[in-house]
Design a binder for this molecule. Structure first.
Ligand SMILES: Nc1ncnc2c1ncn2[C@@H]1O[C@H](COP(=O)(O)OP(=O)(O)O)[C@@H](O)[C@H]1O
Ligand code: SF4
Ligand SMILES: [Mg+2]
Length: 386
């Protein structure tokens, strides 16, 4: 019997019907108010951390979310779990709109979706033993009624994540970084979730340990039929683990496809730039392939560019549409792209066909201000080097 067979039984594991939708995100927005003033707390603008995201996650799959730091990945992950209340839009989880759930209803539903954080040290209370940490969630959801069964389950959880049962009596600081992340995973598993959102689950770990934790996540998925949303800024990590990948830029998805295809046929200019920055081991390929250097920093999500959010950095930007019309994430007809491949670029087809030339991107002044006469007194100051 596998180490986690008991866990499987405990969560009443279901077999996924092919393509069964578990999470459906529609028009999701999370805007954080920017406050100013000492006496009167005035809202002077909003950080549009997540600004109109549609995505679907199927039961049993791993959806990878990539993008530069600050593009809204963590906020999107939290909003899907209702840890960050959405400003607009809906998150339908197994038929229930969790964005609208509150109080006891939300608390009950929570055991079905859990989060694994980047830094296990800051997400695990250092004063609690591992046993207490694992019991916390089980208690909250009434899963510790029978003493013997709870004892067995704690040992099973440890075994499932590859830790000895003796570790139950220890404190988080007595473990290495990789082991602490295993405890973080055991804690998420303790309540028997269907969906786990793992936010940069291996970014804080040594490279040598990263693969072990990724493999553990995959093994647990195979055994327990878990569904994952894995957030990472590292393309190698998401490629390894994901079935499908979404690329995020300034609060929105710019491309989404089956994992291998995204690497073979990247269609959005931003994805192409990301891919071109990943070194290839073969020197001949490395020398001959497309290199796209992105000029400038990510613009501020408090004052995102009009039209296509990427137009200030896009080497294929056109005079028409790019600056004025926000492109929808749409299925494109391009050789090598399958029907699930979606791109938010007005000119994806022409770029893929080589009908539009790449050009230099001029350095732009990026306004850090929040726009309009009511903006806070922060002068725009960041000039971007060409
Ligand atoms: N609680 C918050 N209040 C205000 N702004 C926030 C908050 N959380 C995140 N942000 C801002 O939202 C944007 C997206 O952040 P985040 O989701 O953490 O991005 P990522 O995970 O991709 O690095 C950033 O500009 C960040 O500063
Ligand atoms: S819509 Fe225009 S600016 Fe945006 S990615 Fe496509 S070509 Fe570039
Ligand atoms: Mg983050």
């Amino acid at each position: 019997m596998s180490a986690s067979a008991g866990l499987d039984a405990a969560r009443g594991a279901r077999t996924a019907a092919p393509g069964e939708v578990l999470v459906e995100v529609r028009g999701l927005e999370v805007h954080f108010p920017i406050k100013s003033g000492i006496i009167f707390d005035r809202t002077v603008g909003h950080v549009r951390a997540v600004d109109g995201v549609d995505l679907t996650i199927h039961r049993g799959e791993t959806y990878g979310l990539v993008g530069e730091s600050g593009c809204g990945k963590s906020t999107l992950g939290k909003a899907i779990l209702n840890l960050e209340p959405p400003t607009a839009g809906s998150v339908i989880f197994d038929g229930v709109d969790i964005a609208s759930l509150k109080g006891e209803d939300l608390r009950k539903e929570r055991k079905r979706f859990q989060m694994v954080f980047q830094d296990p040290m800051s997400s695990l209370d250092p004063r609690q033993t591992v046993e207490a940490l694992l019991l916390e969630g089980m208690r909250a959801h009434g899963l510790d009624t029978d003493k013997a069964a709870t004892h067995a389950r704690l040992r099973e959880l440890m075994s499932a994540v590859g830790l000895p049962p003796a570790g139950l009596k220890k404190y988080p600081h007595e473990f290495s970084g990789g082991q602490r992340q295993r405890i973080g995973i055991a804690r998420a598993l303790s309540v028997g979730p269907d969906l786990i959102v793992a936010d940069e689950p291996v970014s804080a770990l040594d490279v040598s340990i990263q693969a072990q934790v990724i493999n553990l996540l995959q093994d647990l998925q195979d055994e327990l039929g878990l569904t994952y949303l894995v957030v990472a800024h590292d393309l190698a990590v998401v490629r390894h683990i994901s079935d499908r990948i979404g690329v995020m830029y300034l609060g929105g998805l710019v491309e989404e496809s089956e994992a291998g295809e995204l690497y073979d046929v990247p269609l959005h200019p931003y994805t192409r730039a990301l891919m071109s920055a990943v070194p290839v081991p073969d020197p001949t390929v490395e020398d001959s392939r497309e290199q796209i250097l992105l000029t400038g920093d990510l613009p501020s999500p408090a004052n995102p560019p009009t039209g296509c959010r990427f137009h200030t950095r896009c080497p294929w930007r056109q005079e028409t549409r790019c600056d004025t019309e926000r492109p929808e994430l749409r299925v494109v007809e391009v050789a090598g792209a399958s029907s699930g491949h979606r791109v938010a670029c007005h000119f994806a087809e022409q770029i893929a066909a080589g009908e539009i030339e790449r050009h230099e991107v001029e350095a732009e002044l990026v306004s850090e201000g929040f726009g309009g006469p009511d903006g806070p007194p922060t002068p725009p100051e960041a000039y971007i080097a060409p």
